[in-house]
Design a protein. Structure first.
Ligand code: BJW
Ligand code: ZN
Length: 244
């Protein structure tokens, strides 16, 4: 199932950079963005995760995020998250970059996670950026407001917005330096995060994709491991002789 090249590389304690997407949390019960699962009340995620959507219908967007927080509150990390937390402890140079906002990597025990698209449990003022802790929003509630009058929004990165500069700079640096890059459970179409595996490969890293189906990245990958990440990752660690 795994190439000898990959197993031998893992045994040499390579510098590793991992990019995860919604597919890693799918086995925990978090819907992915694209495909049928990404539809909520007839809206596609792409129609809701924008500043324009929030400005034109803040109740709808806040209700979507509340719906997603409610899901996350009631689920646990899966074996894929735990395997990645194990890898952080096992390898001497390991970087986990996630596009997910669900904080499940941290819940599974990963200590250093670069959350390039933010975190759904945090909020901030749309106008002044002041951080606000978790808010619970019920449909019919008034839109929560900052003391400056601005509307409170989730602290996540919407389309057309910049990623947190320091976090993304670190992710870029680690992808440039790594010897093994794993792209896991992401459709790899949303930039700039989708550029990380390509940049790593161009600088000589061995690129491995783990996904239940092929993606636009598959043709660049040195190895595509087809299947659920919650099954493949623990098997990969075992094959490399790493206790899980
Ligand atoms: C499994 C599995 C299992 C299932 N095991 N696998 C043209 C127009 C407008 C903008 C652009 C444009 N061209 C490029 C852009 C830029 C844009 C972009 O990339 N758009 C593309 C869609 C074309 N990017 C941006 O706007 C970014 N900002 C930016 O570029 O700033 C500079 C700039 C500034 C001003 C103007 C222009 C540029 C920001 C992107 C922010 C993305 N935000 C979201 C929402 C975050 C908050 C939230 O969660 O609500 O991030 S969108 C959504 O997509 C979310 C995800 O993190 C992201 C990626 O999705 P992901 O994780 O890959 O999920 P899926 O569902 O796509 O895929 C799941 C995969 O898992 C699938 O492949 C399954 O097969 C697999 N899977 N089960 C393993 N068990
Ligand atoms: Zn404010």
């Amino acid at each position: 199932m795994f190439s000898e090249t990959l197993i031998e590389l893992l045994k040499k304690d390579p510098k590793i950079c991992v990019l995860t997407g919604a597919g890693v949390s799918a086995e925990s019960g978090v819907p992915t963005f694209r495909g049928k699962e990404g539809i909520w009340k007839k809206f596609r995620a792409e129609e809701l995760a924008t500043v324009d959507a929030f400005l034109s219908n803040p109740e709808l967007v806040l209700a979507w995020y509340q719906h997603r927080r409610d899901i996350i509150d009631n689920i646990e990390p899966n074996p894929g998250h735990y395997a990645l937390a194990k890898m952080e402890k096992h390898f001497s140079d390991f970087c986990l970059v996630t596009q997910n906002v669900d904080a499940l990597h941290r819940k599974a025990g990963s200590e250093h996670v670069l959350e390039v698209h933010g975190n759904i449990m945090r909020n901030k003022c749309l106008t002044c950026g002041k951080p606000v802790n978790r808010l619970d929003f019920k449909e019919g509630d008034d839109i929560p407001r900052c003391e400056c009058g601005g509307m409170i929004r989730p602290d996540v990165v919407w389309f057309g917005e910049m990623l947190p500069a320091d976090v993304f700079a670190e992710a870029n640096k680690k992808s440039f330096q790594c010897e093994l890059f794993l792209s896991i459970g992401t459709s790899a179409i949303v930039y700039p995060a989708a550029g990380l595996p390509i940049a790593a490969k161009q600088r000589g890293a061995y690129l491995v994709e783990i996904n239940v189906q092929e993606t636009e990245l598959s043709t660049y990958a040195d190895e595509v491991l087809l299947g659920p990440s919650g099954e493949i990752l623990p098997k990969l660690l075992m094959a490399a002789g790493i206790d899980i």
